[in-house]
Structures are given as structure tokens and as C-alpha cells.
Design a protein around this ligand. Sequence first.
Ligand code: AHR
Length: 488
Amino acid sequence: MKKVKLTLNPLDRRSKINKEIYSNFSEHLGRCIYDGIYVGEDSDIPNIEGYRKDVVEAFRELKLPVLRWPGGCFADEYHWKDGIGEKSGRAKVVNNWGHIVEDNSFGTHEFLRFCELVGCEPYISANVGSGTVRELMEWVEYITFDGVSPMGELRRKNGREHAWKLKYLGIGNESWGCGGNMTPEFYCDHYRQFATFCRDYSGNRLFKIACGPNADDYNWTETCMKRISPDLMQGLSMHYYTVPTGIWDHKGSSTEFDDAEYYATLKGALRIEELITRHSEIMNRYDPERRVGLIVDEWGCWYDVEPDTNPSFLYQLNTMRDAIVAAVNLNIFNRHSDRVYMANIAQAVNVLQAVMLTEGLKTIKTPTYHVFDLYKDHMENTLIYSHIENEEAAGGVPALSQSASVNAAGETVVTLANCSLKEEYTVEIGGAGSIGKAGGKILTGEVHARNDFDCPNAVGIKPLEVKTENEKAYVVLPPCSVAEIVLR
Ligand code: AHR
């Protein structure tokens, strides 16, 4: 067992860790919406107004702050008027992202009601690629306008008297790719036009999010920052997926991987820190006051489709490897919370690095879910200085990852990941001042360990012993583990 020191300085207070960093994303892809979230009121699956009860409750436990919808690539093919009114009369259209018939039974009302039940803010991603300015203008009016207007009347006719509050609006998704294959200059002009007509009727300040770069497309960021004023753009998105092999045509399996592939996956995940740093540097030049937040609204692991284990489009299994990836990502987002305003893991249920998987009546919380559960105490805290003595685990991956924050009550919250598959570490935590009480929780397991429908609690959170002595706390982190420590 090795010993390492983690040094904190709760007096060195940095940025606020917005709760929005712990957000999620739900798309009309595979079985995310239908089956995963929405089963209809007549289903045998226990539901609240047609929404899976277990999923609603699980998201409430996580205190999910924001849910993005309806895509993804699907957003730029989505016409919102197809999804309102009597369900029997709703349009049945082709969903090109999974090649399924979209019956539009889950539309604007259903999404906004789900957010109400979960207690999260809706983040609507609007159609720029194949939609019109008028279509979007009317959507915003339909959702947020309480007075007399054609869209307000239509909403009332469809059963909703009062307007909803809408805070987050994304204007276009991956406009450099599936959202229209646009050049950044062309997109910026479109953005300015669309954003101008999205009026803020709900009394909130509508937080408008521009489509940002794909991974390391720094020119895209530069162009958006140069051409769009922060008065018109409160957020700029970035998408980055972790692909174990780094090759999109052969991404790797979600469950079958060796140590080398595990470390390659982590190396890929850790790259996001360099991307955030470089995009932030560009944004800092144009926006030194940090009025525009970086919105990492799609991130996570993406594996190959495996016919045996993938019963639906982009369904993948989730192991302790995914938990470690989630943990290091969230530590990075926390440490960059001066610019990273929101992050939305892809996706909520049954798609990519899902926090939940469903099969008929059964639902499992994945190891990734448990990481969000461990980290939720950081929400709305203030990031503080932290430094950990580190060494390479293997394949260029540092063994340990950390972030630390203080909450309104003055308690210190530390999250740690031990990425090593071999080494156990005793971490000495110093610098936090006098420690009254200390508590800890841990998620650990063999790197391939996962929850499945027959054994849904194989991987779960357990108590972690925290010893204290002379203003120091000590925890033991086994290989492949994620921990939360609270010092009171
Ligand atoms: O999350 C799956 C897809 O990945 C989304 O539809 C798209 O935005 C991205 O390419």
C-alpha cells in the first residue's frame, strides 16, 4: 500500500460549482424516451402519469438539476407541433436516429411534466437545421407566454392553462455535423437570427446556448466568440465523447476489455481537460468577464454496438470503468467551474453511458449513477484549492483524481478516484483545519463489475472509514474506486 498526501486550502476559495454540472441528456434515440422514461399510463410497469416511477424516483434522489431534450441529432429533425394535442392525432414520422417510427406521444407537454415530477429545469434543444425561425419563435411563445396570443391559446386548448418556465434553450445541435453541416460563419449568422426572435416571456432570463465545437475544433469556438455577442449567447456548448480505441469505426466493447484498453479509455477521457482549457483560453480573450458559460452538453463513453448485449440503438452496458470515467470527468468539471457552467452526460436511460438501464419491469442504477450520487454534495458549493501527490498508474494515466469544495455550512467535500487497477493508496488529507466529524462513502469493484437485471446491486455505495488525527484525515482507497469524504 502506498501513502499519498492530499492538501486542501478551504480559505483559497475559487469558483462556484453550479449544480448544472450534474445534468443529464435525454434524446428520442433507442429506448431512452420510450421504455426508458415514458411507458404510458396503461402500462403494467409502475408509472406516474405514464412515466416510469422508478426512473422518476431515481432522478429525484440524484437531485437532477437539468435535463436536455429532445436531442441530439434528433433535435434538428424535430417539429414540435407534431408532438402536441390529442395523442391519437399526432403525426407518425420517421426517426432517422434509430430508424424507428416516432409516434410523438412524448412531446412538449410530456417532457415539461416529466421535469416537474423530477424537479429539474428543462433544457430544450431547438431545431435550426431543418426548422424555421418562426417555428422556434412560436415554440418559445407556446411554452412561456401567459397572455392572449395564438400560441398561448393553442396551449390552453391542449390542456395547459399557465405557461411553463423555461430557462435553457439550445439553438441548434452539432450544426457542424448532423445539425446541417454548416461552416462556423454560416452557423453564427443563423444563430443570431434565431436567437433574436426567441423572446423571453417567462420573466426568467432565457439562457440561450449556441452550438459549440466538436472536441478540438478551436476555430469553431473562436468564430462564435468573435461573431456572437454575450448579450445574445449565454452559453456555448462543446461535445466530447470517450472512445476507448480512439477509432470511431472500432470503438471497443462495453464489457470486454483488457487493462491496456481500460487505461486507453481513461487517457481519452482525461483529454477533456486539455480541451476545456484551450476552449476557455479562447473564450477568455473575448469574454474576460465570463458571461458565456461553457456547456459540455454531451459527454461520456461510447462503445461499439454489440448485437448480443445491445437490444436497442446505442444501448451499452456500464461497468466500474464507466464509473471511473465519470468520476474523473466530474472532478475536471468541478476544477474548471470558473468556465464550465453546465455538463450533461449522454444519456439518461438506455443510451450510451446511461445512469439507468431498463428491461420491462426492471430497472438498474449503473455504476455511473452511483458516481453522480456520491458527487451530488458538491452542487452549489465553492471550489477550493486542492493538490494531490500523484504518480502514473499506467499508460500515461495519473493514478489519482480529486476535487474539493466547501458548502454553505462550512463543511469540506472531497471526491477522489483511484484509477489504478493494482495499487491501493492511503490518502492523508491535510490543510482543512480542525476536523470535528468526518464521514465517507465509497464505490469500488473489479473494473468489469456491473449491475445487471439479475443482480442489480452488485456495485453500490458503501460506507468508507475516515480516521482523523491531529487535523488530518486518512482514507484507504482500493484499486478502481471512487470516494466522497465530508469533513465537518
Ligand atoms: O448522443 C448521441 C448523439 O451523439 C447525439 O444525437 C449527437 O448530438 C451526438 O453526435
